[in-house]
Design a protein around this ligand. Structure first.
Ligand code: F6R
Length: 242
């Protein structure tokens, strides 16, 4: 794993943006795997800025998001579809038809998982997958104990994940109990992975990740099986190692 330690969140966002922009410049039809949550927000802001300055063109880019809450349709304010619209898609020239996110309100969620995995298969896995990491080591919504051979599936969210994400909802009761997520195997198919970690809350997870211990109880450790992962981590999240 290639580890880039930066001073702060701003630098982390700039580095991630620069990797993604260069990738799109050299391959304008890139398939990008995208994440939600707080960590990539600065990266998306920087990418919007790059677009506005005419340095990056999203016209032919295709995107695949990692996950979506079960029960939230694409118009729900807390859905990841709305999140992506509000923080990236509506500010750049991406073709909405080329942006894929699981449908959390599909009639048959199991069928939706199969459909989504098929989309990943048809488009080819992401050329570049952006990831955040949960305090418990989750990637996507693959919680501790998820099989490393899992593809897109329905997952019951850990109570710590629901608590961490309650800040986006009016109360914790409103946070869905289930989600659809790309599986670990689906994520590992990506050609290149950029993992972001910022802030002290992530320090223990980063220490465990970099210990090299590969264990299904710590989902992010599966990334040690991939040969092109760049971790961009700020000093706060790296401090247990320094
Ligand atoms: C979101 C996702 C999650 C987040 C993780 C960290 O699409 O896949 O794995 O990356 O929960 O979230 P933040 O960045 O809010 O700390």
């Amino acid at each position: 794993m290639n580890v880039l330690v930066v001073d702060n969140y701003e630098q982390l966002s700039e580095r991630a943006c620069s990797i993604i922009s260069r990738h799109i410049q050299s391959n304008p039809t890139s398939v990008l795997g995208l994440a939600t949550g707080s960590t990539p927000l600065g990266t998306y802001k920087e990418l919007i800025n790059e677009y506005e300055q005419g340095r990056v063109d999203f016209q032919k880019v295709r995107t695949l998001n990692l996950d979506e809450y079960a029960g939230l349709g694409p118009d729900h304010p807390q859905s990841y579809r709305v999140f992506m619209q509000d923080h990236l898609f509506k500010y750049v020239n991406i073709d909405q038809a080329n942006t894929y996110i699981p449908d959390g309100k599909a009639n048959h969620l199991e069928n939706e998982c199969v459909r989504y995995e098929q989309i990943i298969e048809n488009m080819g896995p992401p050329d570049l997958q952006l990831l955040g990491i949960g305090e418990n080591g989750h990637i996507g919504f693959n919680e501790p104990g998820s099989s490393f051979s899992s593809e897109t599936h329905i997952v019951e969210l850990a109570s710590s994940t629901r608590e961490a994400n309650a800040r986006f909802f009016s109360s914790i009761e409103k946070v869905p109990n289930y989600a659809i997520t790309m599986g670990i195997r689906s994520i590992l198919k990506s050609k290149k992975i950029v993992l972001l970690a910022s802030g002290e809350r992530k320090a223990a997870a980063i220490e465990r990740l970099l210990s090299g211990d590969v264990n299904e109880e710590f989902p992010a450790s599966a990334l040690n099986h991939h040969d092109d992962v760049t971790l961009i981590v700020d000093r706060e999240a790296y401090k247990q190692i320094e």
